[in-house]
Design a protein around this ligand. Structure first.
Ligand code: SF4
Length: 372
């Protein structure tokens, strides 16, 4: 792999970090590699298949953990703000890909890398810092044990200056909980498949990235892309579904989904409004009382997220937090038979701080409630 010419839509470089030795290296794949392995999942799968022995333990040094972007990342294409975490799952023993929104993926691409892959295990906690195409490992012993909010704040203060994007594990990942995810912007989380446990097993606390000012990935036909984007923007504005998403997020129709049997109640034992008459309280639109502002991933006009804060009471927020998504409302709410939205907002904040998947936590609690 090496010596490729730059192709549009990609930075053209992959970063490899051996956490056992501390060695950092770069490779520039041929154009054919990119064409054959499209997207974060494609690139991640190819690297894992080529470079990981069958039978590698998911929480051992031979597992490969990738943070990978796709050809649309950072191009301005709507939805192109997301990135993929790929690895061998400690939860299933199989393939893991966990998707995350926010702004981290575009920052990585604009910082000069299409993906960064880790193998090995560090003998002490470390962070990888990628600053405008240059990467270094830094000591993170003082961050170990901190939750994801405090880790993000501490790194922003230490690294200084604007523009840093942080993806990190909290205590759940450090302790290798199989439900642990990797958290970005204190609430965007690559939550599924136990990817946070893999990061914690490598003693990798965080990856902080910052692109050079004005750095942008190249696009082959900028004017053509603008024209397509313009058409899509009109479609988005005219779409009742997408304007609903903008207003209330993915959780705006939770009660409806309970009513049609799409959203389970009481540990999947029942569904339907009769099983949970107060399901209407779970609709995210009802959280507007606590809404501080709308939130969106990189260049996404839908902006389906929001930041919320409960000022006081038994479920008072520690800080502002992301409004629970539909899956969180379903897992920590309907599946547990819980319709107290304040409790779900607070539980969501706690899970995000610990860096643990709300869907798995809610499902586990619901299972325990039925058992005991
Ligand atoms: S803001 Fe919402 S719709 Fe837009 S990319 Fe992020 S999660 Fe998707």
């Amino acid at each position: 792999m090496g010596g490729s010419k730059m192709i549009h839509g990609y930075a053209g470089r992959l970063l490899f970090v051996d956490l056992t030795s501390g060695a950092i290296s770069e490779e520039s794949p041929e154009e054919g590699f990119y064409r054959n392995c499209i997207g974060g999942t494609g690139l991640g799968a190819k690297i894992l298949v080529d470079r990981m022995e069958p039978g590698a333990s998911p929480l051992g040094p031979d597992n490969v953990l990738g943070f990978v972007t796709g050809p649309l990342t950072a191009t301005g294409v709507y939805g192109g703000g997301r990135f993929m975490v790929t690895t061998k799952s400690p939860l299933t023993g199989g393939w893991a890909d966990s998707n995350c929104g926010g702004t981290w993926g575009p920052e990585l691409k604009n910082a000069g890398y299409d993906g960064v892959f880790f193998r090995g295990v560090s003998d002490h906690p470390v962070c990888l810092v990628i600053d405008a195409g240059k990467a270094r490992l830094t000591d993170a012993a003082h961050l170990w044990g901190k939750d994801t909010y405090d880790t993000d704040d501490a790194l922003q203060a230490e690294l200084g200056g604007p523009g840093w994007k942080v993806a990190c594990v909290g205590p759940a990942g450090e302790r290798q909980s199989l439900l642990a995810g990797i958290v970005h912007e204190k609430g965007r989380i690559a939550a599924r498949s136990g990817v946070g446990a893999v990061m914690g097993s490598k003693r990798l606390k965080a990856v902080a990235v910052r692109a050079a000012k004005g750095a942008r990935v190249s696009v082959a036909d900028k004017e053509g892309l603008k024209a397509v984007q313009k058409d899509y923007l009109e479609m988005i504005k005219a779409s009742g579904f997408l304007t609903g998403l903008s207003a209330a997020g993915t959780g705006g129709s939770t009660a409806f989904l309970v009513s049609i049997g799409d959203c389970p109640t009481f540990n999947w034992s029942t569904t339907g409004t009769d099983s949970l008459p107060a399901a209407g309280d779970l609709d995210a639109g009802k959280m507007d009382t606590y809404k501080l502002k709308a939130y969106g991933c990189h260049t996404c006009p839908v902006r389906c997220g929001a930041l919320v804060k409960i000022p006081d009471g038994p479920y008072a927020s520690q800080d502002e937090s992301h409004r629970p998504e539909y899956e969180t409302l379903a897992a920590l709410g309907a599946t547990c038979g819980n319709t107290t939205q304040e409790a779900i907002i607070r539980a969501n904040e706690i899970c995000n701080r610990y860096g643990i998947d709300t869907m798995s936590v809610g499902s586990t609690i619901a299972f325990a409630m039925e058992c005991y």
